[in-house]
Design a protein around this ligand. Sequence first.
Ligand code: ADP
Ligand code: F6P
Length: 476
Amino acid sequence: MTDPVDLVVVANRLPVDRVVAEDGSVSWRHSPGGLVTAVEPIMQRHDGAWVGWDGGPDGPDEVFEQDDITLVPVPLSAEEVEGFYEGFSNGTLWPLYHDAVAKPTFRRDWWEAYRAVNQRFADRAAELAAKGATVWVHDYQLQLVPAMLREKRPDLRIGYFLHIPFPPGELFAQLPWRRELLEGLLGADLVGFQRVGGAQNFVRLVRQRLRHKTHKDRVYLPDGRIVEAAAFPISIDFEALAAMAATEEVQARARDIREQLGNPAKLLLGVDRLDYTKGIYDRLEAFGELLAEGALSVEDAVFVQVATPSRERVDEYRRLRDEIERLVGRINGDYGRIGRPAISYLHASYPRNEMAAMFKAADVMVVTPLRDGMNLVAKEYVACRDDEDGALVLSEFAGAADELKQAFMVNPYDIDGMKSTILQAMRARPRDLARRMRTMRRTVAEHDVADWAAGFMRRLEEPREHHKQLRPFDDA
Ligand code: ADP
Ligand code: F6P
C-alpha cells in the first residue's frame, strides 16, 4: 500500500507488461500503443501514481517503482482478460468506435466482466487518491470508472480522456449498454476527445439519449453539476525524440538499415500495431499493384512494414495476421529477387532508438488507417526528420490529419488514389518536401505531449461551476 497521492492516472495498461518466461522467470517489457507513449513522459515529470493492468492473467498486486513512476497493478483473472479485455473492450467497443470496420460482437457476459473490472479500477483509484486529489482516467476500456469513482469519492476532481475515436450516434446507438456508458463518462468533470467531432458526438448523444440539457460543449446534470466535453489532440515528446534521432548512433543505424536493404532508391515504411483499423492490407495491396503494373520495381523501392504483435488471442486479429502474411508472401514471391524482397515484413517490437533509426532511414512514411484516434507514428516520423526531408503519406481518417495538413493525404479505401499519391510522394521535389516537413515539424514541436497534458489539466483544474436553477437549495 502506498501513501495517498494528489494525482492518480488510471489506464487499462501500465507502461510495462509483465512477461513470464517458460522457466518461470519474470521480466518487464515496454507496453505497446500510443497511450503509453504519451502518458509515460508526463508521469515521469509529475509525482503521482499510475493504476493499471500488467498485461497478463493473475499478476501480483504489489505497488512498485519503475523509471521514476509509482505503478499500482490491478490484477485480472484469465476469465476477466477474456471477457473484459479481449471481449467487451476489443471485440465490442474497439470495432464499433472505429466505424465498425470489423463487426462488433455484443455479449452480455462480456458486459458483466467489463462492469466488474471497471469497478475494481475505480476502487483502487479511490483508495489511493488523497482528499481533493485529481484522478485522470484513460480510454475506452474504463468508461464506467468516472461515475463509479464519483459515487465513492465526490471530493475528487475527475478527468477522462478517450484515446480512440468517439463514434457518431448512429453507430453508438447499437450498443445495448449505451445509456450506462454515457452515464459512466458523465461522472467526470471534463471528458476529453482527440477531435472536435468526437466531443460533439458525445454531447449530442447525451442530449438525445439521456435528455440532459446541453449548451455548446457543456452538459447540465440534474444534480447541478456541469460536465465539459472538449477536444485535446494528443501528441509526442517531440524534443526527446528529435534529439534521439539526431544522435550519431541513430544516424549510423539509419544508414546501416538502408545498406542492409540493398540501398534502394526509395525506402517506404509502415509502422503499426497489427490491427485491422490500420489499413495495412490496403496499403500493401496498393504497393503490390504498383509493382505489378511496372510503375515501380524492387530496384526503385523497398517497403518495410513493422507490424507489432497485438491482441493475438482475438479471432479477428489472428485472421488479419494470416491475411497480411499471405499477401506479403505473394508480393515477395511475384516481384522479389534473391536478396531483394519487395516487402521486408517485421512482426516484432523494437526499442525506441531502433524505431527512430527506421523513421530516419525512410524516404516515405505510409500511414493509412481506415480510422484512427490520432496516430502518433505520423508525428514521430515528423519529429525524426531534422533534415526536413522525407514524405508523409497520411490517411484523412487519422486524427493526425487535422494538424499535419502538409502531408500527402489519402483516402485509404481508394486504392487507385493511394497508388498515385504514393508515387507523387516518392517523386516530390526536395524543396516541396522541405516546405511541407518544416511546417509539420513546427506544428508538432509547438503542440507536443507536455502541451496536451497541460491543456487538459488547466481545463480540469478550472473552478467548477454549478448551474443555478437546479441547485438543491433552489428548490426550497
Ligand atoms: P496505437 O495507439 O493504436 O497503437 P499510435 O500510432 O498512436 O497507435 O501509437 C503507437 C505507438 O507504439 C508509437 O509510439 C509507436 O512508435 C509505437 N510502436 C509501434 N510499433 C512498434 C514496435 N514494433 N516497436 C516499438 N514501438 C512500436
Ligand atoms: O491508443 C489506443 C490503444 O488502444 C490504447 O488504449 C492501448 O493501450 C494501445 O492502443 C494498445 O492496445 P492494447 O493495450 O490492447 O495492447
